[in-house]
Design a protein around this ligand. Structure first.
Ligand code: PLP
Length: 412
């Protein structure tokens, strides 16, 4: 008899986007004439930078000729891309990361989901709340938690991110071994300063713990004191793995390219206390289970670092950040406390009432779609997430509609 991995039975279905779609459909059936503005989903809307498109075309042409054709590439990524990443994303910021510590992949979702395979089953795990759900669910699947009770899995240490701590988690009050951090954050939009991040690195060094640092939204950072990479902090190379993605940086959500940094100095231990190189473990996993990102996509990613690519990426980011600032200012004018939107494409809004009630209010009275914060964890209740990925005119229109709706109707 074929049996299943019963840990999957513990997973709480994520009804979030299914439920959102159901409510939208019901609304549209009743009001087919109403045009909806979607500020819910975290997907980019602007086309690829031209430098990336040109590089991809050229790479495809190379594949069309027998002299320049390429088959399988190195699983960890081509050297041309790994070198460009190490130089521009790290060495240029004073972080001593080399090309052989970079692993190119088809997405930060896969990498942040797969990395837990390297570590012991009985780890003490710290995960923020609210959170990008992949970190929690992949550990549930792997059997590192108990059952879910009242929306929380037994055995996890939840790092609560609330208005009181400006959505930056505090160090755990009990010892933990593996810590997930994401900055700039999805969904709260919060970003972390170098001084705040240093506390986490010092904690990990002291506890022989490991930090999994998801910096998928790094490209949106504007403030000087916000860390772009955890490796800007001294000692982090011993205790941190960093995840980056071209998805939001350069509009690659459909193209698929990302990378993970596992420094040579990064160490984990056997039960007997023997130090093991995490990079070697990840190399073994990656080369065993992954066959590399396609050549044209890696050439497109390389083009992000060309002078033209850098300028075009900066334009994309500036466009979304202008939307984000507009949204944040509009909600603040309407009297709501907001986080994010400055170093991040997400604005996290405290609505001081049930998140789904507020979602329905915006849908019914303004024709605007947001994401209810409750879908990201218990601390997301009473919050909504608004995404800046849309065109500016639509964003303006959405804010006007919301202001008018709040003026004429009570959201309660
Ligand atoms: N990490 C965070 C925090 C995200 O929000 C996302 C996508 O929304 C990802 C990772 C996944 O990125 P990718 O498109 O590279 O898989």
């Amino acid at each position: 008899m074929i049996r299943i991995n019963e840990h999957y039975q513990k997973l709480q279905n994520s009804y979030l986007f299914a439920e959102i779609n159901q409510r939208i459909q019901a609304f549209q059936q009743q009001h087919p004439e109403r045009e909806l503005i979607r500020l819910g989903i975290g997907d980019v809307t602007l086309p690829l930078p031209d430098a990336c498109v040109q590089a991809m075309h050229k790479a495809v042409d190379e594949l069309a000729e027998s002299q320049t054709f390429r088959g399988y590439g190195p699983e960890q990524g081509y050297d041309f891309l790994r070198q460009a990443i190490a130089e521009h994303d790290f060495q240029a910021r004073g972080a001593n990361i080399n090309a052989d510590e970079i692993f190119v992949s088809d997405g930060a979702k896969c990498d942040t989901g797969n990395i837990q395979e390297l570590f012991a089953q009985d780890l003490r795990l710290a995960i923020p709340d609210p959170v990008y759900p992949v970190y929690v669910d992949t550990n549930v699947m792997a059997g590192r938690t108990g059952a879910s009770q009242a929306g929380r899995y037994q055995g996890l240490v939840y790092l609560e991110c609330t208005a009181e701590n400006n959505y930056i988690p505090e160090l755990p009050s009990e010892p933990v071994d593996l810590i997930y951090l994401c900055f700039p954050n999805n969904p709260t939009g919060a970003s972390i300063t170098r001084d705040q991040l240093r506390l986490w690195v010092e904690y990990a060094l002291e506890q022989q713990a490991l930090i999994l640092f998801d910096a998928a939204y790094e490209a949106f950072i504007q403030d000087e004191d916000v860390a772009h990479s955890i490796y800007e902090i001294e000692g982090a190379e011993k205790v941190a793995i960093e995840f980056r993605s071209f998805s939001k940086t350069a509009g690659f959500t459909g193209v698929r390219c990302a990378y993970t940094v596992v420094p040579k100095a990064c160490t984990a231990y056997t039960a007997a206390g023997v130090a093991v190189s995490v990079r070697d473990l990840w190399m073994r996993r990656h080369t065993t289970k992954f066959n590399g990102v396609s050549y044209p996509v890696q050439r497109a990613a390389e083009a992000v670092y060309s002078p033209a690519g850098k300028a075009q990426v900066a334009e994309l980011i500036e466009y979304y950040l202008k939307n984000a600032a507009y949204i944040r200012q509009a909600f603040q004018r309407m009297g709501f406390a907001c986080s994010g939107g400055d170093n991040s494409p997400y604005i996290w809004i405290e609505v001081k009432q049930d998140a789904w009630t507020f979602f329905d209010f915006l849908l019914n009275n303004a024709g605007v779609i947001c994401t209810p914060g409750a879908g990201f964890g218990r601390c997301g209740e009473q919050h909504i997430r608004i995404s800046a990925f849309n065109n500016f005119e639509k964003v303006q229109q959405a804010m006007q509609r919301i202001e008018a709706a709040l003026l004429h109707h009570s959201p309660l």
